[in-house]
Ligand binder design. Sequence first.
Ligand code: ZN
Length: 291
Amino acid sequence: MKIRKSRRISPLRTVIVIILSLVIMSGAAFGVYTYLHNQQIATEAKQAEDARIAAEKALADAKEAKRKEPVYITLPGAKQIRATVDDYTHPASMWVLVNKTHAIPTTYVPSSLVLPDVEERADKSSEERSVRADISVPLKSMFTAASADGHALMIGSAYRSAALQKTYFDSYAAASGAEAANQYSAHPGESEHQTGLAVDISTVSRNCYLNECFTSTPDGQWLAEHAHSYGFTLRYPKGKETITGYQFEPWHYRYVGVDLATALHESGLTLDEAWSYLQAALTTLQQNGAI
Ligand SMILES: [Zn+2]
């Protein structure tokens, strides 16, 4: 009888199979672990990036909201006004303060000078009859309103370059001495006329022309009462001579826009006196990143 030899699996082969199986299984497990781990890292990285982007956006949004935040100015006795977003220390600013202690560069020339469509002294040069383009419309509106009320106004002098201002000052100083001239004329760089925002207004008849008595004329009174409604402020009022540094000039008006001109009119302050309020607003605008 033939005995069938059973096929025996050698222990060595078994061990090899087991080891190989373990190697394959552990490799697979490691692969799965690595995959999951990488997935988790990627998810966490994405979450971190999303959080960073969200934080950055929130910061940018907060900055933008702050930048757009309105800044207000309240002059004593006047209604609150909104500060214009501008650097008031710049000679082109509508609110720039130009006086004996706040000079502008003598090289400054307004970028847009035009001849306004109003009555002017024909014997003055076209340069001196010019104003900054952005005030020609309010100037025309004021003259038209004055005319409707029976006041024929005329501009005696508007823009003056630093060179022309020097000519004027030097001739006044030669005639009456530098100290006296300094009371009614300005050194180059210290005149509002150089901004193109100031006008000396008279009556067409030249009654009380550049004279204090202009304040008593119907034309002078109309201006004192209505100029602020068109954005103009009486720059050198009576009783404020030590503050403005100039004699009373009922003919010299400066454009600052309706809001500030009205607030100045209501408070009775000059631009010099309002300057600290404007500066505070400027600081806030700078801190807000608005300018
Ligand atoms: Zn003037």
